[in-house]
Design a protein around this ligand. Sequence first.
Ligand SMILES: [Zn+2]
Length: 363
Amino acid sequence: MTTVLSTIDARSLGRTNYHEHLFQVTPLLPGDELDDEDASRQEAALLRESGFDAMIDATPTALGRNPAALARISRATGIHVVATTGGHREAHYAPGHWLLELSSGELGNRFTDDVQVGMPVRDAAGSAEVVANEAGLPVRAGVLKAGIGYWGWTAFERRVLAAVAAAHARTGAPVMVHLEHGSAAFELLEVLASDGVRPEAVLLAHVDRNPDPGLHAELAAAGAYLGYDGFARTRDWPDSMLIDCLVRSAELGANDRLMIGGDVARRTRYVPTAGARDWPTWAGGCCRGSCRPATRIWSKPSWFATRPAISALSPGRRTAHCQKREIEGWEIRGARHGDHRQQGLRRVAMQGPPSLRPGQVVR
Ligand SMILES: [Zn+2]
């Protein structure tokens, strides 16, 4: 697995947040720009302190990604960071954006170079100077990303898919695809397969926005990995439904295909940038700080891992809000309370301890 500092055995990545953003600037999220290295370093340190060993920075080309800063943050905090290349869905780019003008061949060459040669200092048309980390090594991307729309893709998004497939063929890097509302997953796998990408190399991001365990089990059976990242930032569905869907999907056979991420991705929700905001009734009203920031589940980088990766840490004290589930001896505890300023990252995380006993609670 290629990180921003080196190449390491994927199994030594450890507990991995499959989807987060330390840097991201997009016209779709005005006021939520992630462009402050100090704040992102603090957030990464909090992630590390909460028990994560690794994260994927899922920001693709020309959306404010900052590979030099990722390398500095990784070294400073000790968390492995995997950088991303590829493109997002078209709505993230303003009309006339230079990336929209590139052919699939040009896109594929760019994405391949990001993985093999190194990422450019600045994402710009024709940019060539490559970022080096403190060790003097080029900072390379480890994941190829594409994005599609609700039940379909634009011509640009199709070019990105073809380019990602070409880069995958040349580099072997795994492919992550943003699904809009969790839609068009099988259609996406088909089009990627027609471009030569096997489902086993594909991670379907945000599939939990369509929390259908039967569908998820079928996607997993087809070989794809399932990215759950909607926990603790309720928009479409409550945590209770996502946890139920996760458990049911695992019971239906998807347990070695589940990957958990935060995708908090917003300045207004990160602790260093939003922590000063006053949320008195939430932070103090539910559990008065007596419990931990809820369930932590870590996911392994499953497309390389050999073991399914589900279990959890329990909250410090059970309350009426806590939920408990067991899957084949692995335990998930969810708690819908805690420090609401720490949305996403520390409230749901996943771990794969090979030695966990049935019913054992890990603290
Ligand atoms: Zn994201």
